[in-house]
Design a protein around this ligand. Structure first.
Ligand SMILES: [Zn+2]
Length: 392
């Protein structure tokens, strides 16, 4: 067990645990700090699982945090993920409960399709007011040229949606955090830290409920977020009920100018923006074609996909192949008849061959995507079908 020490230098918080330290730097929203240290606990779950160490935590936390931590670690224990180790916490202080803020909310916004869609939905349905761009997630630090460029684009997106944008920089990834599994804890830590004085925080899903069921590639699940919430600052999850094609159509209908600023690619961190040729850029282009949108709106150097798919080798790892299969299967539900559809079918055949047919059995249930319908219906929806998962 390691003793945790926490110090503040203005908006910067330094969390030291004897064997290492990390910072959460900014933003300075003029919010109250220091009544609870819940944010640091969530970040330390990620550190503990990565390093296999436990912590004695001497700062006040919300009453329910001990239970949340137990629930969170229970899930990790049940999943028995490779590369993750076990951790433990000893807490010694509970803060007196405070009333929850009455308004305002903050969403993590990276400027891709999922978080842009999430921000727009959360602004209208949940009344969020602020957005948080995290430096140290996909780019190593806020000074990297690519991040400076990203920040400019995300600012433009936040302005279009009508959210105040803040930037928080963290170096926590340098501790060897497995980002795929552990990023929800870091995101939660950043939202708890930056969202003081606001009513709640919001995550955007990056996959649908169906993909979560069939292709477990991350821990960003709506259910998991419960373990990262407190009564005073609950977290919600938006977007699991829309496919990426639905999201693109929705954004085109609601906020078409946003396509000038969104980026999905982390390949070229020197300049930021979309390279247009990596696997993620190509997947997004396919979604745009499926949504009936011109890919050149986000990818000025777009080359017709039909020619490219045939020449593209499958990923080497099986889970990556399965993920790609999910995208191509989904795309067939939307792709208009034409060369892209033919090429997608050829790609699916290759994926089926490479996975011994397993993939197609699991991935072609006979139900279609949830229709997005008109924008007005989506925003007014009270049925619970479109509404995000909300706690608190
Ligand atoms: Zn790219």
């Amino acid at each position: 067990m390691y003793d945790v020490g926490i110090t503040f230098e203005g908006p910067k918080c330094i969390v030291d645990f004897g064997r290492g330290k990390f910072v959460l730097d900014g933003p300075d929203r003029g919010q109250e700090r220091g009544q609870t240290y819940d944010f640091a606990v969530y970040a330390l779950i990620a550190v503990g699982l990565a390093k296999g160490i436990g912590f004695r935590f001497p700062y006040p936390i919300s009453t329910e945090v001990q239970t949340r931590v137990r629930e969170n670690l229970f899930v990790w224990d049940a999943w028995r993920k490779k590369h993750l180790r076990s951790t433990a916490f000893e807490f010694s202080q509970v803060a007196a409960p405070r009333p929850r803020a009455e308004s305002g909310g903050i969403i993590a916004l990276s400027g891709g399709i999922d978080s842009t869609y999430g921000a727009l939905i959360a602004k209208h349905q949940l009344g969020i007011t602020d957005a948080l761009l995290i430096a140290g997630a996909d780019y190593s630090d806020a000074g990297q040229a690519g991040f400076v460029d990203l920040r400019r684009r995300v600012q433009a997106i936040a302005d279009l949606i009508g959210l105040r944008l803040h930037v928080l920089e963290t170096d926590i990834r340098s501790l060897g955090i497995n980002w795929t599994y552990l990023h929800p804890m870091v995101l939660a830590a950043c939202l708890h830290y930056a969202g003081g004085g606001l009513k709640h925080g919001v995550f955007s899903s990056d996959s649908t409920f169906w993909i979560d069921l069939t292709s477990t590639s991350s821990a960003n699940y709506p259910g998991f977020i419960e373990t990262l919430s407190t009564d005073q600052f609950p977290l919600s999850h938006v977007g699991s009920n829309a496919t990426r094609v639905d999201k693109l159509k929705f954004l085109d209908e609601m906020l078409p100018q946003v396509f000038d600023h969104m980026s999905v690619c982390w390949k070229d961190t020197a300049t930021g923006g979309n390279c247009g040729t990596c696997e993620k850029c190509r997947r997004t282009q396919l979604c745009m074609v499926s949504a009936g949108l011109d890919p050149r709106r986000m990818f000025p150097n777009y080359q017709p996909l039909a020619e490219i798919f045939d020449a593209t080798p499958l990923p080497r790892k099986r889970d990556k192949i399965l993920t790609q299969g999910q995208y191509f299967t989904k795309s067939l539900r939307h792709l208009p008849i034409g060369p892209e559809r033919d090429a997608a079918i050829r790609m699916l055949t290759r994926i089926q061959d490479a996975t011994g047919g397993h993939f197609m059995q699991g991935a072609t249930p006979d139900f279609g995507p949830i229709p997005v319908g008109s924008v007005a219906r989506l925003l007014d929806d009270k049925s619970g079908i479109i509404s995000p998962v909300i706690r608190g």
